[in-house]
Ligand binder design. Structure first.
Ligand code: C5P
Length: 218
């Protein structure tokens, strides 16, 4: 198989990261979770008492990704491993706002494009097929019903010892999608040449196999 990049986009909690990790492992490719980069900047934004100076926020930031055999992708911000803070509610509730700001997007997209230069990357996000890697060999747009996404998120939370309410999760997921789809810069949308997979009712295994099957055509 010749080296390729895979762009995996879709709304919140559609299972992109779970699938991207598996596809990357099966194909010995590198998985890049771009949401984690926006989350890291959001973590710093909160630490700086919600600064509105987004240019200074990113100019003062040194952000890199490292890979741990056991724990997978780690996000290093200003010499600190911040990965374990990135799923906190406060970060989740502010990330779409921070990610809508132009300096933040320019900063993150540049890093993402650098990472993908050598190919062999499975990258998940919202604008990978449309903006970050418009030349990606394979583009997948993953969707699922909001009901199912909320239930999956609740199960994930349970595994992490966090109790959550499905109705509230449905609301939060829908709000985040609306914000991401309607922002001015690089809104969440399907690239024209992306293949849509509706994962509602599908197992992780089935979705992974469907993507591996698409890759096998290269
Ligand atoms: O994928 P995840 O849920 O971690 O993404 C968090 C948020 O980061 C998204 O809701 C979106 O606002 C933003 N994001 C983005 N572009 C990406 C990846 C994430 O705007 N490529």
């Amino acid at each position: 198989m010749k080296p390729i990049n895979i762009a995996l986009d879709g709304p919140a909690a559609a299972g992109k990261s779970t699938i991207a990790k598996r596809v990357a492992a099966k194909l010995s490719m590198i998985y890049v979770d771009t949401g984690a980069m926006y989350r890291a900047i959001t973590y710093k934004y909160l630490q700086l008492n919600k600064t509105e100076d987004f240019s200074s926020l990113v100019q003062s930031s040194v952000l890199s990704l490292t890979y741990d055999e056991e724990k997978g992708q780690r996000v290093i911000l200003d010499n600190q491993d911040v990965t374990d803070y990135l799923r906190e509610n406060d970060v989740t509730n502010h990330v779409s706002y921070v990610a809508s700001k132009e300096p933040v997007r320019t900063f993150a997209v540049e890093k993402q494009q650098e990472l993908a230069e050598k190919k062999g990357i499975v990258m998940d996000g919202r604008d990978i097929g449309t903006v970050v890697l418009p030349e990606a060999e394979l583009k997948v747009y993953m969707i699922a019903s909001v009901e199912e996404r909320a239930i999956r998120r609740q199960k994930d939370n349970e595994l992490r010892g966090i109790q959550s309410n499905v109705e509230q999760l449905k609301q939060e997921i829908s709000d985040r999608d609306q914000y991401d789809m309607n922002r001015e810069i690089s809104p969440l949308k399907k690239a024209e040449d992306a293949i849509t997979i509706d994962t509602t009712g599908m197992s992780i295994e089935d979705v992974t196999n469907e993507i591996l099957n698409l890759v096998s055509k290269f």
